[in-house]
Design a protein around this ligand. Structure first.
Ligand code: PMP
Length: 312
């Protein structure tokens, strides 16, 4: 998969905030095979299972996912001629469901009333047991962290030194894996997380629905070590949507909603932590055409003026 997954661009985004010219760095993860950061993880999990002999010729690949991991598994699974079965909450964008089916995956949806994401996890497990499937288990599979430590984190360090990294948490693979790589190189590197203000398991315990697809799934994933996270910022749906919308229309960086949240959080971290602050843009705007992002009217309330970006 070399050439199709990983080695994504790292850019330095310059902006004005509180009367000062500043910058943060972002790894543009929509430059992967299916357009998201999850291609790295899906590839690592499947390759490792094949090496261990767990994933055999007729073993179906099974996963509970809010979208991007499923899409990555569906695409890589198709290239390996495998059946892919995905369990997903019904509130994620319609584009995700369609794309999964276009890659040939079987999709099962569960509403909040039917048990939401937790139910998806139970059903995926049950299906894998009944059909001798390979449950990739992205929430506890260490290949998730390894993918980010050995590829995303390593690639960042090939370009710059890092003083702080911040991202939202879906499985936590991005934050923990990149964090491990960065902290191994610079033990005083600061590792921060962000949570949707409406779904803050780690900071406030609020568990309401939110619109930042891909992060904030109602539980602390097994891969997350809360003691390694130095600080947690809360980002509202409106802030994430506004920021994502600004990145597209002011800089031509067509990102998804969680990228908007990540960038705004990085801007806030840059105010408090000296040095190079890095985040990731997990996916792009195409999966959100039918969501609030597709209809978002910018309100200019964040006080950030996006200036330009440099490619490293
Ligand atoms: N943003 C989006 C759009 C995602 O799909 C994901 C993965 N669920 C994340 C952020 C969070 O990544 P991770 O699972 O590595 O925490």
């Amino acid at each position: 998969m070399k050439g199709l997954i990983g080695d994504t661009p790292l850019i330095k985004i310059n902006y004005k905030y509180k009367e000062k010219r500043r910058s943060v760095y972002a790894k543009i993860e929509y430059y992967n095979l299916t357009g998201s950061i999850k291609d790295r993880v899906a590839y690592y999990m499947l390759r490792s299972a094949m090496e261990k002999g767990i994933l055999k010729e007729d073993t179906p690949i099974v996963e509970a996912t809010s979208g991007n991991t499923g899409i990555s598994l569906a695409a890589i699974g198709a290239s390996l001629k495998k059946k892919v079965v995905i369990f997903m909450p019904d509130w994620v964008s319609k584009e995700r469901e369609k794309i999964l089916k276009m890659y040939g995956a079987e999709v099962h949806l569960y509403s909040k009333e039917e048990g939401g994401f937790k139910r998806c996890i139970l059903e995926a497990k049950k299906y894998a047991e009944e059909h001798q499937g390979f449950l990739t288990n992205q929430f506890s599979n260490l290949d998730n962290i390894r993918a980010h430590k050995e590829t995303t984190g390593k690639e960042i360090l090939e370009k710059i030194t890092v003083d702080g990294f911040i991202s939202g948490i879906g499985t936590g693979g991005t934050l923990m894996g990149i964090g491990e790589a960065l902290c191994a190189k610079n033990p005083s590197c600061h590792l921060w997380a962000l949570e949707p203000k409406n779904m803050s398991i780690l900071k406030t315990g609020v568990t309401l629905s939110h619109k930042i697809d891909g992060i904030g799934d109602e539980f602390i994933p097994d891969l997350v070590s809360p003691n390694k996270i130095e600080n947690i910022l809360l980002i509202t749906d409106e802030e994430a949507l506004e920021m994502a919308s600004m990145l597209a229309s002011d800089l031509g960086l067509g990102v998804g909603i969680s990228s908007g949240a990540n960038f705004l959080a990085a801007v806030k971290m840059e105010e408090e932590v000296k040095g190079n602050i890095v985040t990731v843009f997990p996916d792009d705007l195409k999966k959100y055409i039918s969501s609030d992002l597709g209809a978002w009217q910018k309100c200019g309330k964040l006080g950030i003026e996006l200036l330009d970006y440099e490619i490293l």
